[in-house]
Design a protein around this ligand. Sequence first.
Ligand code: DGY
Length: 322
Amino acid sequence: MKNKVFLTRTLHDFALKELKKKYQIEIHTGKIPIPKTKLRSKIKEADGLICFPYDKIDKEVIDCAKNLKVISTYSVGFDHIDTEYAKEKKIRVGYTPEVLTDATADLAFSLLLDVSRRVSEGDRIIRDGRWKEIFGAFDYVGVDLQEKIIGILGLGRIGSTLAKRAKAFDMKITYHNRNHVSKTREKSLNAKYVSFEKLITESDFISIHVPHTKETDQLFNMKILKKMKKTAFLINTSRGKVINEKDLVAALKKKTIAGAGLDVFETEPINKKHPFVNLPNIVLAPHIGSSTKETRIKMAEITVENLDLGMKGKKPIYSVGY
Ligand code: DGY
């Protein structure tokens, strides 16, 4: 009898083929994310689980599993998984960093370019038939990036890769981290360590690259937004809950800051009724940081490899803690 693997969503054909060689697989179809009751019932007999960022794998779900050896998530983020509890239960957790670094940094930089040069705003103006005059001295004016300060919160893999993009655009790079990165890395990225306070108050662009934790929950609230320059832009491709959305809406309306580019939201998906939707000075993306053809294939490869290793009782290539 083959071991059982449950997938909360489908994956690429090559990945499913690989999985089918070794395991008896079952793929959830229908409502996304999988309803919790169904997940709880399916995980009961599963030896392995492949899940996605919207699936909450909490204590309650983990407690339903009788044979589970490994949880392999198709994402770099793992804040949807109670990793501490999984560890306690000796369940391995695999995730997919590195392969999505370039794609996510590219998306962060494209949000930055888009909002500062008002590309999506212009697109909406044309589609709505509102483009009436051409080339006035003050029409659709954006800002230059050259010599502007980008403050990167979290100079890890994605933050560092974003710094490379910013360097190529002649931006001044500052960062804040729990720890300084090595001098060699600082030198190669031309990045200067600053305090959180300095990063907030002096940056022309702030890009968030920290995970969602108790410490970063709602970190960007009105108190912080008010400290930012009135001309500054906030970019977020990490997790939505790092920003207090109500406060950001108010800040964008009152022009407390100039604009924002977001790929992630407090609750996803957002719909047309969300207050962000009617604001001109924000660019919205539907959580597509890692969404390129090439990256998504690589993520599928790693997800399967992580699962395979965990099923054998070994540590996944990219493993959370255990
Ligand atoms: C992830 O993999 O966690 C990212 O949010 C995808 O963009």
